[in-house]
Design a protein around this ligand. Structure first.
Ligand code: HEM
Length: 192
């Protein structure tokens, strides 16, 4: 997992929970490769992210899925600041989400050849509906959901999100464009 995912996570922890919390989780988490020292361009085991989030959950009382979701939402805003080039094409949130797999993550892979990126197979079963099939051995569906929410908010697009966990560990997100208040996003419902 690329270092930028860790450095941005630790910056968010510091600004939301404070520097002491950051030090505590870095001290307690199992970080055999990094020893808690991350650089944005380095690559570190996904298990270190799991350990950091698990310890943050233990100390904050917030669940691991909620923490990953809010981190994803936060990170989308950071991507906008860090990679403005990906936001120049116009279009709406559904256009942007549809382009993740074949455009954005392809460019990310050129920047970071060792990035481990998920697959998002997108289709539109009917007008105003986007189906995203998320496939990744890392199974970060809560993080993905947060990124999707961040994207919808960025484009000021109201949409409901349904999340269907599949027996094979992959996840289908069904997004339906809303018709009213663009700031209201319904919480995802789990069908497990
Ligand atoms: C400008 C927009 C984006 C950029 C620059 C970007 C870049 C990245 C980078 C650098 C990683 C880390 C790869 C690694 O750890 O090796 C990543 C992972 C990931 N990205 Fe994106 N991403 C963007 C938008 C999105 C959006 C909107 C979604 C949600 C649909 C998404 C879903 C994910 C997920 C779920 C992962 C974790 C890896 C996994 O699940 O296997 N990304 N992305």
């Amino acid at each position: 997992m690329k270092g930028i995912v860790f450095t941005e996570f630790l910056e968010m922890v510091e600004s939301r929970f404070g520097v002491e919390m950051t030090d505590v989780i870095l001290e307690e988490a199992d970080l055999p490769m990094s020893r808690g020292a991350y650089t944005a361009v380095g690559t570190y085991p996904h298990s270190e992210m799991v350990s950091l989030v698990t310890h943050l959950s233990g100390h904050s009382g917030l669940s691991v899925p909620d923490l990953l979701k809010s981190y994803g939402e936060h990170l989308f805003g950071r991507f906008h600041a860090l990679y403005p080039g990906f936001f120049r094409d116009g279009g709406d949130a559904f256009d942007f989400l549809t382009s993740i797999h074949e455009v954005i993550h392809v460019e990310v892979k050129k920047l970071y050849p060792d990035a481990e990126l998920p697959s998002f197979l997108c289709s539109s079963p009917e007008p105003g509906v986007l189906r995203m099939h998320y496939i990744s051995s890392r199974q970060m569906q809560d993080f993905a959901e947060g990124l999707i929410i961040g994207c919808l908010k960025h484009f000021n697009q109201s949409s409901t999100i349904e999340k269907e966990l599949q027996p094979d560990g992959t996840t289908i997100f069904l997004l339906r464009k809303g018709e009213t208040d663009p700031t209201i996003i319904s919480p995802a419902s789990d069908h497990e």
